[in-house]
Design a protein around this ligand. Structure first.
Ligand code: GAL
Length: 698
């Protein structure tokens, strides 16, 4: 029996022995005087005490404690229990569950319950239900049926949050707050349309200005009254489409702030406020919504299949970029989900490896959704750590192993974060702008971003994903994949970056649109043309593969091709298209570059893949004068580096099928090794093996 399984057997025995006493227990003790020191790495789970008899809570919590689970998230769908009828709040059960968790050294994150309004509320105030895009009103029985813009809903959600904050805002065992759950669904009714029109008035000032910025002379779209402006989400005027998305984002922000302000006013500063986001979900601009939060967090689900460390890693780095600091994985799958077409389980060992991959990218907490199978409800089939019977499922032992890892490695990782020399730029505006007008259905802006991300990460083992508006001076290399829409401020930011010695790479479709999703008045890359000393003469959606060759070798390109030209003798051609029946691209430049002082600007007009992409990445790293200490890793092996001023932590994981031995560039202490302070110069990793190493920085 391995140590984790032994642990779970022992804890089960303890529960069996203790349960009669736990049931008979007296009312919970008042809160302890001072909050316990939080662990550097938090293992957590979503727990729904309202679904279970109180007599079972201690058994659940004992099993959690035995697995080193150090926090539970509670409450986020419990409105009907917290306010059973209007204005009648019942928070005592929640207080008792918080005290029960505390007895097991388990801290609490409270979720405000606004993602699931109670039936009395939506019956009495039907206007709080969202109107779907087809005009039908949503109804009770699911969740997220609320209207995010409705003043009455906000009033009721705020009152609920206020009650919670007043009661638990100074509770030593409450460490933070999650507002709502996975913002996603808007409302499309007449009241929201009127709000949108008011929002447009505030943004554009006059109808003349709006008509001008949206070129409404096209198709007689000119508006003579604000009330004429519709809501469009797919095939409207590009300025209208983008404005609706911006309105949606601002409205989620104010929806969140409505609860956040009342929590902040009634809680200790040490309690963080977050919301759980969804990786690459792009229903709203996450940079807009996260700016009021203390902590970014997201729900990391693989769904069908197995983890793709590059794609998932990019989503982690995106989340780390929202507030440019470490983040939490607020939910992740205990093996499998219930909502995919095929809800296969992650392979044995993958759940632990995935959690370490999360930490490597800057997560300070990993939390499983959910602890125990619901007896009834829409998610009966979802993966959990214990069954509906309250006893562990097979995965429990793997998570307990992870919990022991976290306890052991926490001190090494405390205060560390990811430091990158390379940034990939990401903008919701740019993604949306392409998605509404793909021009070639196969052009996926996310795939374009992840391709460059993966190629660079393989060389540098660390990449930041940030918005083009942020200060870029810390980066040696900045890549803007498909940065289709660029504001004047962002263009200036990029130009200043290159003039200060930065190395900027723009790829296909970049800098084509303005802040209003109109075409730039110059060819691509718009305001960057003078700096580049070149431009895009024409773009072509490709239906065949065509050859490219040059400094990055030769290979095929497809989907999209831009014919480039140079206007400055300093601008050099790096790659050219070969001959094809299309004709227009024959022997024409496909990638160009110009040195500017110590910096450079490069434009790539072809879709790179395979060797040409890998070679381009090597060229970019060399051009930016980057010399990563560690070379290319064996296939399947990933390296993550976190550090503070004094030491570095390296996490190595083998996601591949073949065992690999890696020789380290210096001696490291193996943090998880049994013998303390074990020093090592090389590691051998079987599939899903994880090593956590540290060394001082001199
Ligand atoms: C998340 C959601 C959870 C649960 C989970 C199941 O999106 O926040 O409440 O439904 O999915 O995978």
């Amino acid at each position: 029996m391995n140590s984790a399984a032994r642990l779970s057997a022992l804890s089960l025995a303890a529960i069996v022995l203790l349960t009669p006493f736990l049931r008979a227990q007296a009312p919970p003790a008042p809160p302890a005087a001072a909050p316990a020191t939080p662990p550097a790495l938090y293992l957590g789970t979503a727990w729904y005490p309202e679904q279970w008899p109180e007599s079972q809570w201690d058994a659940d919590l004992s099993l959690m404690e035995a697995a080193h689970i150090r926090f539970v998230r509670v409450g986020e769908f419990a409105w009907s229990n917290l306010e059973p009828s209007e204005g009648h709040y019942d928070l005592d059960w929640l207080a008792r569950s918080i005290r029960a968790a505390e007895r097991h050294h388990i801290a609490v994150v409270i979720g405000t319950p606004s993602a699931a309004p109670p039936a009395w509320l939506t019956t009495k105030y039907p206007e709080t239900l969202r109107i779907k895009e087809d005009g039908r009103r949503d109804e009770h029985g699911n969740r997220q049926q609320f209207n995010w813009a409705n003043p009455k809903y906000r009033e009721l959600a705020r009152a609920m949050a206020e009650q919670l904050a007043k009661r638990f805002g100074h509770d030593p065992n409450v460490i933070g707050w999650q507002i709502d759950n996975e913002y996603a669904s808007e409302s499309f009714g007449p009241a929201e349309q009127a709000q949108f029109q008011q929002w447009l008035k505030a943004r554009y000032g006059t109808l003349d200005n709006l008509n001008n910025k949206w070129t409404t002379a096209y198709w007689s779209e000119t508006y003579s009254d604000w009330s004429q402006i519709p809501i469009e989400t797919t095939y409207g005027n590009p300025g209208l489409l983008l404005s609706w998305k911006r309105f949606v984002s601002d409205t989620w922000r104010s929806y969140q702030k409505n609860q956040l302000d009342v929590i902040r006013a009634n809680s200790d500063h040490r309690q963080f406020i977050t919301t759980n986001m969804m990786g690459f979900f792009d229903g709203y601009d996450h940079y807009t919504v996260s700016q009021d939060l203390d902590l970014a967090s997201w729900d990391d689900y693989v769904g069908t299949g197995q983890l793709n460390p590059i794609y998932n890693g990019a989503a982690h780095d995106l989340t780390r970029g929202f507030l440019r600091k470490n983040f939490w994985v607020m939910e992740t799958q205990p093996g499998f989900v219930n909502w995919s077409p095929d809800n296969n389980s992650l392979d044995k060992g993958a759940v632990r490896a995935m959690a370490w991959h999360d930490v490597g990218h800057g997560a300070d907490a990993v939390s499983y959704w959910q602890w125990r199978s619901d007896l009834n409800g829409q998610e009966e089939y979802h993966g959990t750590l214990v069954g509906a019977d309250g006893t562990p499922v097979p995965l429990y032992a793997e998570v307990a192993h992870l919990g022991a890892d976290f306890a052991k490695a926490g001190p090494a990782l405390a205060g560390t974060t990811v430091h990158s020399d390379v940034a990939i730029l990401h903008s919701y505006d740019a993604f949306w702008a392409i998605d509404w007008q793909r021009h070639n259905h196969a052009f996926d802006p996310l795939a374009a971003m992840v391709a460059y991300y993966g190629a660079i990460r393989a060389l540098t083992h660390s990449v930041d994903v940030v918005n083009p508006s942020v200060d870029l001076s810390q980066y040696k290399l900045v890549i803007a994949p498909a940065l289709n829409l660029i504001t004047d401020q962002q263009a200036k930011n990029l130009i200043d970056y290159v003039h200060s010695g930065g190395h900027l790479v723009l790829t296909q479709r970049s800098a084509m649109k303005t802040i209003d999703n109109a075409l730039q008045p110059q060819r691509q890359p718009g305001p960057l043309v003078p700096l580049l000393g070149g431009r895009v003469d024409q773009f072509y959606a490709l239906d065949t593969t065509i050859p490219i060759s040059g400094a990055w070798g030769s290979g095929p390109t497809n989907t999209w091709a831009e014919l480039l030209s140079t206007s400055n003798p300093e601008t050099k051609v790096l790659m050219r298209y070969g001959k094809t029946p299309l004709g227009w691209l024959d022997d024409q430049p496909a990638a160009i570059t110009r040195k500017i002082g110590n910096g450079s600007i490069t434009y790539i007009g072809a879709n790179l893949e395979g060797d040409t992409l890998a070679n381009a990445a090597k060229w970019m790293v060399a051009d930016a004068n980057l010399h990563p200490e560690f070379g290319t890793l064996p296939p399947g092996v990933d390296l993550y580096i976190r550090s503070d001023a004094h030491h570095q932590v390296w996490i190595l994981i083998n996601f591949g099928d073949t065992p690999q031995t890696i020789t380290l560039p210096s001696a490291f202490e193996d943090v998880l090794a049994d013998a303390s302070k074990a020093t090592t110069h090389s590691v051998t990793l079987n599939r899903f093996d994880v090593v956590v190493l540290q060394r001082p920085i001199h």
